[in-house]
Design a protein around this ligand. Structure first.
Ligand code: 5RP
Length: 268
């Protein structure tokens, strides 16, 4: 691996081989999503606890202080919205020159396997990988699950993840699933990180799936709404970090969350 690529990967994936990425890119198709209406306010308290942030160039420029940040995974696909015809019809929205100017550590793009736009999104990925590899910038593929593919089953996730890796993604973001997640990970020859999806009912559910996914080989998370839509986002990210970087159990993570929430444990 070239030095630049190796250096960027090392900034993203920590020395323990794990990572806690914080995505705040949702506005690129959801608009001012709940609790991300003012990205700077959402992000600032969480930044110290994220290993990297996943973000569009617009929110990066407007809402992140360039002298006080974390490695950037630049969201470079888009062109659709919640109210448009088809969320899967994404293109590449940001040039490689812009990614270099913004000192991106990686670029992230969604693929939509099984949709009408499967072919386009996969060729977008391949093109982006070609550009990224020229300059030592890794690509994180986001295995999107469109409306019609709401069912997150292991066969589908394994298919999407493997294809993303075959096309050259250096990291694959996918979803955890209850049955067969270990096959999703073992069938994907590059590191897998887990997204959370819409906010679930209890914190413990999040801690349990993150813990289970790590036991089954995921290297960490790219987890957004279940952190920043929580009423105690700092407690949430600290508890999730503890599972990822300190091998905390779901119960220990819950205790940490409760302790910070009640003020018994300090935030620092
Ligand atoms: C949205 C994304 C997000 O980065 C990804 O879905 C993770 O966020 P969440 O945990 O909220 O699902 O790609 O476009």
């Amino acid at each position: 691996m070239e030095w630049g690529m190796a250096n960027r990967m090392a900034q993203l994936i920590q020395s323990d081989g794990r990572c806690c990425f914080l995505p705040v890119d949702h506005g690129y198709f959801q608009g001012p999503t709940k609790k991300l209406e003012e990205p700077r306010k959402t992000l600032e308290p969480l930044l110290p606890y994220a290993d990297a942030i996943f973000i569009t160039r617009g929110v990066l420029r407007s809402s992140v202080d360039p002298s006080n940040t974390k490695p950037i995974i630049l969201r470079v696909s888009g062109g659709t919205s919640m109210v448009g015809k088809d969320l899967a019809n994404e293109g590449i929205t940001t040039s490689i020159e812009e990614a270099i100017r913004l000192n991106a550590c990686a670029m992230g793009l969604s693929i939509f396997v099984g949709t009408d736009y499967e072919h386009e999104s996969l060729l977008n990925l391949a093109k982006l990988v070609d550009e990224g590899e020229k300059y030592g910038i890794p690509v994180m593929a986001v295995t999107a699950v469109g409306k019609e593919l709401g069912k997150r089953d292991a066969r589908y996730l394994a298919l999407s993840s493997r294809i993303a890796a075959e096309l050259g993604a250096r990291v694959v973001k996918t979803y955890w699933c209850e049955d067969g997640f270990e096959k999703v990970v073992s069938g994907c020859p590059v590191p897998v990180v887990m997204a959370g999806g819409p906010q679930v009912n209890t914190e413990l559910e999040v801690f349990e799936f993150v813990y289970d996914g790590i036991q089954k080989g995921a290297i960490g998370v790219n987890l957004g709404r279940n952190i920043w839509q929580n009423d105690f986002p700092v407690a949430m990210i600290k508890a999730i970090r503890a599972i990822i970087h300190e091998n905390a159990s779901p119960k220990q993570a819950q205790e940490l969350y409760d302790g910070i929430k009640s003020g018994e444990l300090s935030v620092a």
